[in-house]
Design a binder for this molecule. Sequence first.
Ligand code: NAD
Ligand code: RBV
Length: 419
Amino acid sequence: MSSSPDIETGRRKLAWARAHMPVHAELRRRYGETRPFAGLTIAVCSHIEAKTGVFVETLAAAGAEVVFTGSEPGSSQDDVVAALNAQDGISGYAERGVSEERLLELHLAALEHGPDLILDDAAELTACLVHRRPELLQGLRGMCEQTTTGVQRMQAMAREGAVKFPAYAVNDTPMKHEFDNIHGTGESSLTNLLLTTNLLLAGKQVVVAGYGDCGQGIAHKARALGAQVTVTEIEPRQALRAHMAGFRVTAMAEAAAWGEIFITTTGNREVIRAEHFERMRDGALLANAGHFNVEIDARALAEMAVAREEVRPGIEAFRLNDGRELHLVAEGRLVNLATPTAMGHPVEVMDQTFAMQFMAALHLYQHADELTPGVHAVPDLVDRQVAEIKLQTLGIGIDALTESQQRFLDTWRVEEIKG
Ligand code: NAD
Ligand code: RBV
């Protein structure tokens, strides 16, 4: 953590994000007077940077007492944290570059506020509540989960009977994952990787591990910038999709030998490990875009290394005993959020993602009595509502079904279809 975070810089970052988040401006206009969250304490666990800050401000404008904390050790920004903490109705516990132990302390401090709702990333705060402060669970009305890994963790918790409250899988809505995971991760992973390395992507051999939403975004955008892209997968249908999209598909053991840049985005662990490091070219770059820093086995890399050195801010070189150097970006943490200059997803994308979190939280709160404990899909009408606001802010008009078109779609009798 920097010793005296510059509040003014944090305020300017918030102002820039606010000015480019029209969906949030609309949410403040709609809910700033009615204040539907009045009387509630809402905990936000996420990457605490400017867009997340605007989300926090918008929840506070809608009446909530907001407490925030970081979802990842390397992604929060101290100046934004300071600027948020100076605002009424908002308090938070987040620091940049903390140890896992300190991150836990910050989470426990946030939970002391006894949140009614948790708006979580990777289920970090919820898991902490369930495992470490179960006595506070009775006050929790529900949670909303922002990312793929968090939905998987919530489902695993539910299988063990540990989810005694309703949870909305916000990641799984079209308005979240078809934009944030694909376009957000696609653009911001490459932008931040290129800024951190100052290297050219065109012509490079790029290996993308995982062809899910994030992997598809990264693979297509890397190819658009001229890279030769190879995809690795464990799921046969995803592998075929990558093949039909024109990518080379192979196992990591083979790709390891020719890749120049590796980007993991599987939500899984040890996807690149010792047997792959053994085969890599001198100078290979290793970056991760999945939530946890376990996709690249950095521990094995450290054990194999005879020397290690920070060769640029955010890039560590591991020298192996045969003289090759492998370059690990941001300790294998989220490449779009944890490199020294990283800023996360583009503003417009997070405007949409956090609008989904906001509207899902409102729906969950207003329907908490009807929802059973467990992980639920967010109702489609909530997704559609955010899409309509987004289109309105873009000034895009679309057609509406005529009555005759609606009847056509609703019938199966050929005489009615053909009129
Ligand atoms: P997804 O489930 O859509 O895709 C993951 C893919 O990885 C799947 O196709 C799966 O078959 C594949 N896979 C799993 N293990 C593998 C292995 N060992 N080798 C190769 N492929 C493997 O998930 P997603 O939405 O793309 O998210 C991926 C990760 O990125 C998650 O941790 C998610 O939380 C995170 N995420 C990060 C950002 C970001 O800002 N960097 C944004 C959104 C999601
Ligand atoms: N993400 N947040 C940002 N605040 O700039 N960038 C990406 C930001 C989120 C994204 O929604 C994803 O699901 C999650 O981070 C993974 O931790």
